[in-house]
Write a protein that binds this ligand. Structure first.
Ligand code: FAD
Length: 362
């Protein structure tokens, strides 16, 4: 009966705990500073849209994680409406002039005319050239999902709790200290590190490859219909344009930005204006005919920091001060759409690490 501590209760920690909790042999404590229900700049997961718009480059682990995640999201959407996910059509617009910008590079795979994910998502089809707006070089549509994070994260908590996992609040200074926080009072056999951007400053990890990609959003009550994304904008180099309506009354997210190394937690009112104006230009049905941004009914402005890692997500076995660790962090702007692929891999490493005995002392 292994004692496991999952450190972190964002989508990465919760998905890993959810999969681990399917094995009744695992005794799981989920330990975190922030839990679903909290909104904090150190906690990326609640701020996400969140939808499935694959961005992993073809042939990479990232592609595989996203490819493997779709069937799980599809199944949850179909079987568990209470999880707060729904299917929604999505339109993707590519402008070749964005390809050297940060947002263009981020969306490079998504906006390809012939992407790998065309066989993964339902209803993929290119939009004929004659229907493209001026300035758009190619476009496509498919059916995706949109996740209401305010419902989905608590749903994951519930799935773990009902199979015996225990949730505890704590702030950990050093990764090895988490081993002393298992709910049984015994020392944990293994820690799964799902601390997102905080892996940069967490003792025993201190990953200097971690940095934020700041995302600013406006959440509104208006509902334009399908989701839509554009590869870039003309008046903000690190800004992009996306619209997505969350399931079950979660409002519509208007985005956004992709500002690397920017830690600012306060919404920039000028950027908010640009976001709203661009959204209405792209989807006039957001407001009544003739209206501008005054026609938007704002619920809140928000900022989240995507936990980006140079060189890619870290899913790896480790040992710190004699404590076994499996890392699963650094999911940038794709933490939901790669959540199951990454967590399946982390769970396999947990099994491997627990099967191997303690490291022999030299
Ligand atoms: P986090 O959610 O940041 O969770 C980290 C957890 O670790 C928290 O519980 C925290 O309290 C805990 N923790 C950290 N350090 C400590 C410590 N020392 N002691 C105790 N606890 C600690 N992704 C998509 O797939 N689709 C989208 O549409 C999408 N849209 C996004 C839009 C925005 C505006 C943003 C900001 C992100 C978006 N993302 C999207 C990305 C996604 O939100 C992230 O990749 C994901 O939330 C990362 O989750 P995480 O669990 O790794 O980290």
């Amino acid at each position: 009966m292994p004692n496991i501590v999952v450190l972190g209760a964002g989508v990465s920690g919760l998905t890993t705990a959810y999969l681990l909790s399917k094995d009744p042999a695992n005794k799981i404590t989920v330990l975190a500073k922030h839990m679903p229900g909290d909104y904090d700049i150190e906690y990326a997961s609640p701020w996400a849209g969140a939808n499935y718009m694959p961005v992993g480059k073809e042939g990479t682990d990232h592609e595989r994680w996203e490819r493997e995640t779709w069937p799980y999201l599809k199944e949850i959407t179909e079987k568990y409406p209470e999880a707060g996910i729904h299917f929604l059509g999505t339109l993707i617009y590519n402008r070749k002039k964005d390809q050297e910008s940060d947002t263009g590079k981020w969306f490079a795979e998504l906006t390809q005319p012939d992407p790998w994910y065309k066989d993964v998502v339902p209803d993929f089809k290119p939009i004929p050239d004659e229907k493209l707006a001026p300035g758009v070089d190619n476009a496509q549509e498919f059916t995706s999902v949109c996740i209401n994070t305010a419902i989905y994260l608590p749903w994951l908590v519930g799935q773990c709790v009902k199979t015996g996992a225990v949730f505890k609040r704590a702030v950990i200074k050093h990764i090895a200290d988490a081993a002393n926080e298992h709910h049984t009072g015994q020392k944990a056999d293994l820690i799964v590190n799902c601390t997102g951007l905080s892996a940069k400053t967490l003792g025993g990890v201190m990953d200097s490859k971690m940095h934020p990609a700041r995302g600013q959003i406006v959440v509104v009550r208006n509902n334009p219909g399908p989701m839509a994304s554009v590869s870039g904008t003309d008046d903000g180099e690190t800004e992009c344009l996306y619209i997505m309506t969350r399931a079950a009354g979660g409002g519509t997210i208007l985005g956004g930005s992709y500002q690397k190394h920017n830690w600012d937690s306060l919404p920039d009112p000028n950027l908010a204006n640009r976001i709203m104006k661009r959204a209405i230009a792209l989807a006039p049905s957001l407001v009544k005919p003739g209206q501008g941004i005054e026609g938007l009914d704002i619920i809140r402005h928000g900022v989240g920091l995507r936990p980006l890692r140079e060189g890619g997500t870290r899913i790896e076995k480790d040992e710190v001060n004699g404590v076994k660790v499996v890392h699963n962090y650094g999911h940038g702007g794709f933490g939901y759409q790669a959540s199951f692929g990454c967590s399946v891999e982390a769970v396999a490493l947990v099994k491997e690490a627990l099967q191997s005995g303690p490291r022999a002392k030299l």
